[in-house]
Design a protein around this ligand. Structure first.
Ligand code: PLP
Length: 371
């Protein structure tokens, strides 16, 4: 089946007794045992599994062409679970433009237990250059937050497979509808479901999808179920509901993203535009090869200093100045102010999450803010 059909039909719970067409929310924390002590309904206790969570995991597995999925209470928890599943002393090769929160996790929570190098992975020869005897995993994020760098997933997968390393891919900016890293050789895909999958800025969540159910995946499921940082039934219901429109929303985000990027590239107040769909993007050819659309995330460098840049984000009217991305409403953010002085994000960078408003209104709004 095609993605539009999978998104609508996968993971639906139908009760024969009531004939539900859409999934009901199941709030029960515990489930009846059979006389023999088993669970004929398939669930025992909702930290371990719950009908809504299982339904969401099934749908994400199908959309990402994986073998299984695990959903968590946030994207940060999903990523952290992978780091927790690694043996102490393991070395990770991670991107220099890794999502700020994961970089912070490695540098603080895992500073004493894991080793890591932040490397420019747009040059895949860097992977081999940084492999050490204790390297176990390459983490890629494509497109990356906030510089929209693109990493060649298949090229990195060829190296990790040859060297027996794990390849994890944060695919949040692409969503399962624009890119499927498992089909390109990744072992685990990570999503902040708070973003495009949720799509309405009203639910926090994260997901991991695995290519195979192996020993490492068992460790991840164990941390999910014993650690317990799971997604609540209502959140899973909301995410499953949002998933049904994801393929169409991603088309709208991609159309608006491309149109805004093309407009801003010619704007006299803009120094540079980072958008994988533009032929001027340094990894445009790689993006074209591995993505079916380029999404709604772009960053620009404003001509001017920090103050001039802050003025732009304060002057927009339709865009909301707020953290996060992937919702139907357009958001804008000065990442330098958010990430603090030790960030490598340029001070004149503005990150834009292009929503589903009419493109003419978005263009007019950003133009009045820039001028
Ligand atoms: C690329 C990327 N990965 C992971 C996360 C973390 O997700 P969450 O905020 O759901 O914990 C984010 C959040 O902004 C992100 O942009």
């Amino acid at each position: 089946m095609k993605q539009e059909t999978i998104a609508i039909h996968s993971g639906n719970i139908h009760h024969a007794s009531t004939g539900d067409v859409t999934s009901p929310i199941n709030l029960s924390t515990t489930f009846l045992r059979n006389e023999d002590g088993g669970y004929s309904g398939g669930h025992m206790y909702s930290r371990v599994s719950n009908p809504n969570r299982s339904a969401l995991e099934a749908a994400l597995t199908a959309l990402e062409q994986g073998a299984d999925a695990a959903v968590f209470s946030s994207g940060n928890t999903a990523g952290m679970t992978i780091f927790q599943a690694l043996k102490p002393g393991s070395h990770i090769i991670a991107p220099d433009d890794m999502y700020w929160g994961f970089k912070k996790q490695l540098q603080s929570i895992f500073a004493d237990t894991l080793e890591f190098d932040f490397v420019d992975l747009t040059d895949t020869t860097n992977v081999e250059r940084y492999i050490k005897p204790n390297t176990v995993m390459v983490w890629i994020e494509t497109p990356s937050n906030p510089l929209l760098k693109v990493t060649d997933i298949a090229a990195v997968a060829a190296i990790t497979k040859a060297k027996g390393l794990l390849l994890a891919c944060d695919s949040t900016f692409a969503s399962p509808c624009l890119q499927n890293p498992i089909s390109l050789g990744a072992d685990i895909v990570m999503h902040s479901t708070t973003k495009y999958i949720g799509g309405h800025s009203d639910v926090l969540g994260g997901a991991l999808i695995t290519a195979v159910k192996d020993e490492f995946w068992e460790k991840i499921k164990n941390i999910q179920q014993i650690g317990g940082a799971v997604s609540a039934p209502f959140d899973c219901f909301l995410l499953l509901r949002s998933l049904k429109t994801l393929p169409y929303r991603m088309r709208g985000h991609s159309d608006n993203g491309m149109a805004l990027a093309q407009y801003l590239e010619k704007h006299p107040q803009v120094e540079a535009v980072f958008y994988p769909g533009l032929p001027s993007h340094p990894q445009h050819e790689v993006a074209k090869k591995q993505m079916s659309g380029f999404g709604g995330m772009l960053s620009i460098l404003v001509k001017g200093d920090v103050e001039a840049t802050r003025k732009v984000v304060n002057k927009v009217k339709i865009f909301s100045q707020a953290t996060s991305l992937g919702g139907v409403e357009s958001l804008i953010e000065h990442r330098f102010s958010v990430e603090g002085p030790d960030t490598k994000t340029p001070p004149n960078l503005i990150r834009i999450s292009v929503g589903l408003e009419h493109i003419d209104d978005l263009v007019n709004d950003i133009n009045q803010a820039l001028t």
